[in-house]
Design a protein around this ligand. Structure first.
Ligand SMILES: Cc1cc2nc3c(=O)[nH]c(=O)nc-3n(C[C@H](O)[C@H](O)[C@H](O)COP(=O)(O)OP(=O)(O)OC[C@H]3O[C@@H](n4cnc5c(N)ncnc54)[C@H](O)[C@@H]3O)c2cc1C
Length: 412
């Protein structure tokens, strides 16, 4: 179906659809209406699997609608820190193979979903200021090459002529042609729309408050209480992002994740000078110029935790620190004004790897939670849908939901 003016033909999913009564039962119940949950609903419905999604508020209001929209395919600093052991090299290889697969998914997503996602494959640069950082760039490029992700190290005059907007004294940068960005305001709503058209039942204002597990309950063993009523399910997928740990706890599982608030900045528009996304191998920075000529500056600077329900406020030190790194890397930004800052909350796993798949400790309970979840959620949702539809799949065992968790015998 074609789209017009950034809106899919026929419009977005209306509230009248999202607020219908909850079905009495379903095969797969997805908890959470961010990118992970809506993408899974789409891939399941498309495979003919009966599914329902419950969201406590509105779709796409949390991390999936507040993030920077960057595709992170290159290995980042936090992933590299323990590079010394062979094991870590293997883990990084697994992650890069996943990133390369995610790049392929994003390339075809607009045509698959037949709607606007504002995808721009601009390429991405990751810069180095010091000799040690430059060494890391070379080291990570080797791993990326082995795992099938194209990156190149640029140094000296080659870098200066390729990216004249960068500070002259940067020692080098890796260039990844697959990186880029999409619009976080569009991705989950478009998945939700196509999921609903394919037969998924999506409901908002249906926060999950209790999960009872009946080991002898047969095909519909989970009884889930929500603000919109009770639903029975054969299988559950926890796609509740930063609140994924709370949802798992309702079923007696502890997940190795924690919520964290992150800070973002956007500037006034200026002449268009920057095509690729820019990151830093040693400091927290992601920088890109949008099609509206504004610059979005982020990179993992913290926001301030507030009391429940877990909103995070922006902090001056993050705005100042983040922008200082951006100006250091791209001096052109020195007199560009920040016009808005905002924050969002996301799930961090202790090892920064996704937590995806079925719990061996609580069969039928699955999770779909990724840290760089804008980049990875469509791919991870597709892999999990395959597993749920066919009973077997290709999710790396390193992403097991049971790693580091303890089953608390409270609900069964
Ligand atoms: C500021 C910021 C910038 C980021 N930038 C990037 C980036 O550039 N690139 C990238 O790849 N990633 C980025 N991320 C990470 C990315 O946004 C997240 O990993 C991803 O959006 C997670 O999607 P999700 O669907 O798992 O979670 P969410 O989008 O948070 O969705 C979870 C949903 O579950 C719902 N929920 C919670 N509890 C319940 C309950 N009990 N019952 C029902 N529903 C419930 C919530 O209301 C929410 O809608 C960023 C994150 C932040 C915060």
């Amino acid at each position: 179906m074609p789209s017009e003016g950034g809106i899919p033909a026929g419009g977005w999913l209306p509230a009248s659809t999202l607020r219908r009564p909850l079905p009495e039962s379903t095969d797969v119940l997805i908890v959470g209406g961010g990118l992970a949950g809506t993408a899974l609903a789409y891939y399941l419905a498309r495979s003919g699997v009966e599914c329902a999604l419950v969201e406590r508020a509105e779709l796409n209001r949390e991390a999936s609608g507040t993030n920077a929209g960057s595709f992170h395919f290159q290995i980042a600093l936090h992933q590299l820190t323990a590079l010394e052991t062979g094991n870590v090299r293997e883990r990084l290889g697994t992650e890069v193979r996943l990133h390369a697969a995610a790049a392929e998914v994003w390339k075809t997503l607009e045509s698959e979903l037949a709607g606007p996602l504002d995808i721009h494959i601009t390429g991405g640069l990751m810069v180095a200021e010091t000799a040690e950082e430059l060494r890391l760039l070379h080291e990570k490029r080797e791993i990326e090459e082995e795992a099938g992700l194209e990156t190149h190290v640029l140094e000296g005059d080659e870098l200066r002529s390729f990216a004249p907007y960068l500070a002259d004294d940067l020692l080098g940068a890796t260039w990844c042609p697959d990186e880029g960005h999409a619009n976080p305001m569009l991705a989950a709503p478009l998945f939700a729309l196509r999921a609903s058209e394919a037969g998924a039942e999506l409901r908002t204002h249906a926060g999950v408050s209790a999960i009872d597990v009946d080991p002898d309950g047969g095909a519909r063993r989970f009884t889930v209480r929500t603000d919109a009523g009770t639903i029975r399910a054969h299988r559950i997928v926890d796609a509740a992002g930063a609140w994924g740990g709370d949802v798992a706890a309702l079923a007696g599982l502890r997940l190795p994740i924690r919520p964290e608030g992150l800070h973002l900045n956007v500037t006034e528009p200026r002449e268009h000078v920057l095509a690729p996304m820019v990151q830093h191998i040693g400091r927290r920075l992601t920088l890109k110029q949008t099609e509206y000529d504004t610059f979005i500056i982020g990179g993992g600077w913290p926001a301030n935790p507030e009391p429940p329900p877990g909103r995070y406020s922006t902090i001056w030190e993050s705005a100042a620190g983040n922008v200082a790194v951006a100006v250091r890397v791209m001096p052109f930004l020195a007199d560009v004004r920040i016009v808005r800052t905002w924050s969002g909350v996301m799930a961090f796993t202790d090892d920064l790897a996704p937590i995806v798949g079925e719990s061996a400790r609580l069969p039928g309970f699955h999770t779909l939670i990724a840290t760089t979840g804008f980049t990875l959620s469509p791919l991870m949702a597709r892999l999990l849908a395959e597993e749920l539809a066919t009973g077997s799949g290709t999710i790396p065992p390193e992403y097991s939901v049971d790693r580091g968790s303890t089953r608390q015998p409270t609900t069964i």
